[in-house]
Design a protein around this ligand. Sequence first.
Ligand code: MG
Ligand code: MG
Length: 248
Amino acid sequence: MIVLKSRAELNQMREAGRVVAEILQLLREKVVPGVTTLELDRFAEQECKKRKVRPAFKGYGGFPFTICSSPNEKVVHGFADEVPLREGDILSIDFGVIRDGFYGDSAITVPVGRVDAEKERLLRVTQLSLDLAIAAAVAGGRLSDISSAVQTCVEKEGFSVVREFVGHGIGRQLHESPQIPNFGPPGQGPRLRPGMTLAIEPMINAGSPAITILKDGWTAVSVDGKPSAHFEHTVAVTESGPEVLTLP
Ligand code: MG
Ligand code: MG
């Protein structure tokens, strides 16, 4: 069942989303050569404490960190560690909080210093695919319009859509109905209605779409070792169009 949110509930989700966006923005500024993902993780946890919100992921299904930090060929759900990031890396940071009972969830992929043209293009196209997907989150449309928008954008550029992970409804639960694949033909699935709140999150590989999970049981990596990017926003379907909730 897809839970529709009232106006008051959307206000609460806006607040949760704003906190997520603020902390992600601070994290983005900290991504420089030499920093470790463990430092970023600790920083994110402190910022949650300061703002009296709880990290959404720490402890979720046993996940041990506040942020999912996934450099280069890591796709999603990477563990923080003490390996310094290097110039030319890209780093995906997925982060969420729960505030007054409501979740916000967002992800960015950030260049570490200067990156090569192909990585830059991967980031740009993945971000664009999210923007187009958000634009498709219109009342009266169908859920798979969102999916199709991502796939069309990304494959036109020669990149590939990860199949194993999907976007999701979000609200009082981190993962609510419906699941939102990043592929498939448009015009299918539930009709989009005002009050739906969706975490839309393309996960895009530079090479083959195939992924595998590392021995830690969480970290997804591209099988061919090529880089992967991930952008995500929590979005509300409203009468007047899509509204991104994870904005500062
Ligand atoms: Mg996320
Ligand atoms: Mg998510």
